[in-house]
Design a protein around this ligand. Structure first.
Ligand SMILES: [Zn+2]
Length: 227
């Protein structure tokens, strides 16, 4: 059951009931699947890290000792709704000035003054590569907002590394400098390294696919019983 997904306007939606019942399918969010893909398929990924990914929203997943930290109510990792500017614009979650208002794809596109099209990341990267200052400034500001929000997470959890995945991976050349500067300047302990996911935007899909494959491999009898 999806309890709450502000960007989809879903509340208490029994998504599991809509899926075919013959396979060990699970419902999870993109950020968690992205982190699992990193853990299972990423080269040299540590067992304690924060995975941050973005599409319309921004999500994070916390991996501690090789396990996802889900929180008591399953809402751990909602980095997109960490306030960056408490008096900022209102957000679908009910709060104000959340990270998504500054570093979500649509927010960055608006700040960059670009018209949306199908592939938002490709569009932003294309214009940033051409050296368009307005687009680069929008990505720099998004990096700063990400750095501010991540500082809270890093100071609280002290992970081995932060991994940028999903759409953020493709924009990392323009996000990273301001993100790292913000993080390094605000972290209480030694600087936490920021890595870019080698899995790119397909990471969360790979995580979703592998979670089913793994469930079958862990208990092959469960499938033969159904067949
Ligand atoms: Zn919010």
């Amino acid at each position: 059951t999806v309890v709450r997904a502000p960007n989809l306007e879903w509340r208490d939606t029994d998504l599991g009931a809509l899926l075919p019942g013959d396979w060990p399918l699970t419902v999870d969010n993109e950020a968690n699947f992205g982190a699992l893909a990193e853990l299972w398929l990423g080269a040299g990924t540590p067992r304690e890290f924060l995975h941050v990914s973005a599409e319309i929203g921004i999500g994070a997943a916390i991996v501690v000792d090789g396990q996802l930290l889900r929180g008591t109510r399953g809402f751990a990792g909602e980095l997109g709704h960490v306030p960056v500017r408490p008096d900022g614009p209102s957000c679908a979650c009910g709060g104000r000035g959340c990270l998504e208002q500054y570093a979500g794809q649509e927010a960055v596109l608006r700040a960059a003054g670009l018209q949306p099209r199908e592939d938002l990341v490709g569009l932003l990267a294309e214009h940033a590569e051409k050296g368009e200052e307005g687009v680069r400034a929008a990505l720099r500001d998004a990096g700063t907002a990400l750095g501010i929000a991540l500082t809270g997470a890093v100071n609280l959890l002290d992970p081995e590394t932060v991994v940028l995945g999903g759409a953020l991976a493709g924009l990392s050349p323009w996000l990273l400098p301001s993100l790292e500067a913000e993080l390094a300047g605000r972290t209480a302990g030694p600087a936490c390294p920021v890595a870019v996911s080698p899995l790119g935007p397909e990471g969360p899909l790979l995580g979703a696919a592998h979670s089913v494959v793994r469930a079958v491999l862990d208990d092959p009898a469960s499938v033969t019983k159904r067949a």
